[in-house]
Design a protein around this ligand. Structure first.
Ligand SMILES: [Zn+2]
Length: 350
């Protein structure tokens, strides 16, 4: 089979690899229905996070179970499954506390930008859908694997409650789905920080009530202005830079909470400065497995349509273009279809 392999900065190749095999009794092999390029894939793609050897890419996935190891109990061949980007046993104390992304047996999924993938700890990582999904909800189901699960965690970690005022820093796919998550959790006012018109439009569709285009001191001033000088109850930090983190800290009211899910790159926090802000900070890799049953149900019941973040669909053999489009911010998020009948590079008309 041919899969996406990163060889070095801006060098993604679609090349021949062996089909995955069951290696442990807890493994599952799935036939990937859809995969996608993650914002976090861009760090190694840009060479900011160097790789030691050619690396099969992809950690967001959904598909049909092809084969299960002898110890797998909860999924069976023929079922449609979605899995977390974090591989977890879902039985250790950390998993039972709801932090599967801190599992004692934690691994990170890789190699899902491929027609077939091996998922270890299938029972602790995958969730089967109630029935085979119709094609039109597969993109939304795919988002639950990481990008929606991560936006959801940002809102949950930021303690979004009914009636809350929320600010979202970052207008990438995670930030946009953070807006959707805050809306679902009952936020009354959702301020999206974005300078890009297409992203502002999507943020509003997902539930944003206000758009702030300013950044830095001006961005903080604007959020204060919109919140009677106080700051937001909950702030979702969905970027991971020094600027975005300080934007979040300074936009939160005393006693408010920040959910930070952008992988920090070179972020330094001053404890003394933080001390006097009186804010709560909670974040990290999202425990997506905790949220999967609820998010899958919301998608199946057609209560949410997070698949709208995919504004570019490509057949898997054009994966390199998916990376380029996201790197150049021509696309918010690229959906990859391993099947031969995928629409050839069709752009979503919306
Ligand atoms: Zn665990």
């Amino acid at each position: 089979m041919r899969v996406a392999v990163l060889h070095g900065p801006r060098d993604v190749r679609f090349e021949e690899r062996d089909e995955p095999k069951i290696m442990k009794p807890t493994d599952t092999i799935i036939r990937v229905s859809s995969a996608c390029v993650c914002g976090s894939d861009l760090w190694p793609y840009r060479g900011i996070q160097p790789i030691a050897q050619p690396t099969p890419m992809g950690h967001e996935y959904c598909g049909i179970v092809e084969e299960v190891g002898s110890a797998v109990k909860t999924v069976k061949p023929g079922q449609f499954v979605v899995g977390s980007f974090c591989i977890s046993d879902n039985t250790c104390p950390n998993c039972r506390a709801g932090y599967q992304s801190g599992c004692q047996n934690l691994e990170f999924m890789t190699g899902a930008q491929a027609p077939m993938a091996r998922v270890p700890f299938a029972d602790g990582t995958l969730v089967a859908t109630p029935e085979l999904p119709s094609d039109d909800i597969i993109p939304s189901l795919l988002t639950t694997s990481d990008v929606l699960g991560t936006g959801w965690f940002a809102a949950d970690a930021a303690n979004v409650k009914p009636g809350a005022t929320v600010a979202v820093v970052g207008d990438g796919a995670v930030g946009l789905l953070g807006v959707l998550s805050a809306k679902q959790m009952g936020a009354e006012r959702i301020i999206a920080m974005s300078r890009h018109q297409t992203r502002q439009k999507l943020a509003k569709e997902f539930g944003a009530t206000d758009i702030v285009t300013e950044r830095g001191d001006d961005g903080v001033a604007r959020i204060k202005e919109l919140t009677k000088g106080i700051g937001a109850d909950s702030v979702l930090e969905c970027v991971g830079t020094q600027e975005s983190m300080m934007q979040a800290v300074r936009s939160t009211r005393p006693g408010g909470s920040i959910g930070y899910v952008g992988v920090p790159h070179g972020v330094q926090l001053n404890a003394e400065q933080l001390f006097f802000t009186l804010v709560r900070l909670h974040g990290g890799p999202a425990p997506v497995r905790r949220y999967l049953p609820e998010l899958i149900k919301l998608v199946f019941d057609r209560k949410i349509n997070p698949g709208k973040v995919f504004d570019l669909t490509l057949p898997l053999d054009q994966v390199a273009e998916g990376y380029r489009a996201m790197d150049e911010r021509r696309a918010i998020k690229a959906l990859l279809r391993p099947s031969a009948n995928a629409k050839q590079g069709a752009r979503d008309a919306a």
